[in-house]
Design a protein around this ligand. Structure first.
Ligand SMILES: Nc1ncnc2c1ncn2[C@@H]1O[C@H](COP(=O)(O)OP(=O)(O)OP(=O)(O)O)[C@@H](O)[C@H]1O
Ligand SMILES: [Mg+2]
Length: 176
């Protein structure tokens, strides 16, 4: 089930999706792929095992990347050049201090027009730039729940496009 809320005053655009199984997490990522624009910065929050890498695999599948998607837990970053976009997948779980973000020279990725998807972004605050979209994944009785908020104009536009993509795939459950 998908709930989409887009207030008239653009205060906070929010989409909630209930994801009963892994394939639903992948499908939501693939739907987001259709709504991506260059330069979007996306934070993926949620505890260990909540589905952040699974969701990113869905985004990459949606962009046409058929090969393996590795978790960047040890490498910090996995870069992809796929269809019309550069996509950078980060995982900062292993940072002992946010200074490691600067030491690794990762800032330049966020200054460019690649799409950045970041697991464990809180580990790089305050140096990490603010996100356009924030996605919070959490377990629920039946699978996972994803709460997505648009934090900038670009993020809100992306979320509206995502809602359209989901409505096309599954007309009934979207409410505004
Ligand atoms: N909607 C879902 N329902 C049930 N299981 C799911 C769902 N989505 C993903 N999973 C499962 O959750 C497990 C962990 O997923 P994943 O590795 O993507 O988590 P993660 O958030 O990236 O974890 P980490 O913080 O360790 O990187 C996987 O076994 C995956 O199949
Ligand atoms: Mg992960």
């Amino acid at each position: 089930m998908i709930e989409f809320i887009h207030p008239a005053d653009d205060s906070e655009t929010r989409l909630t999706a209930h994801l009963p199984a892994e394939i639903d997490t992948v499908a939501l990522g693939a739907a987001l792929a259709r709504a991506l624009q260059p330069g979007l910065k996306i934070w993926l929050r949620g505890n260990l095992g909540s589905g952040k890498t699974t969701f990113t695999r869905g985004v990459l599948r949606g962009l046409g990347h058929a090969a393996k998607v590795k978790s960047p837990t040890y490498t910090l970053i996995e870069p992809y050049s796929v269809s019309r976009l550069n996509l950078y997948h980060f995982d900062f779980y292993r940072f002992n201090s946010p200074d490691e973000y600067l030491d690794a020279g990762l800032d330049e990725y966020f200054a460019g027009d690649g799409v950045c998807l970041v697991e464990w972004p809180d580990k790089a605050v305050p140096y990490l730039p603010a996100p356009d979209l924030e996605i919070v994944l959490q377990p629920e009785a039946n699978g996972r729940r994803a709460d997505i908020t648009g934090q900038t104009d670009a993020g809100q536009k992306c979320l509206i496009e995502l809602a359209k993509a989901l409505r096309g795939a599954n007309p009934a459950p979207v409410s505004e």
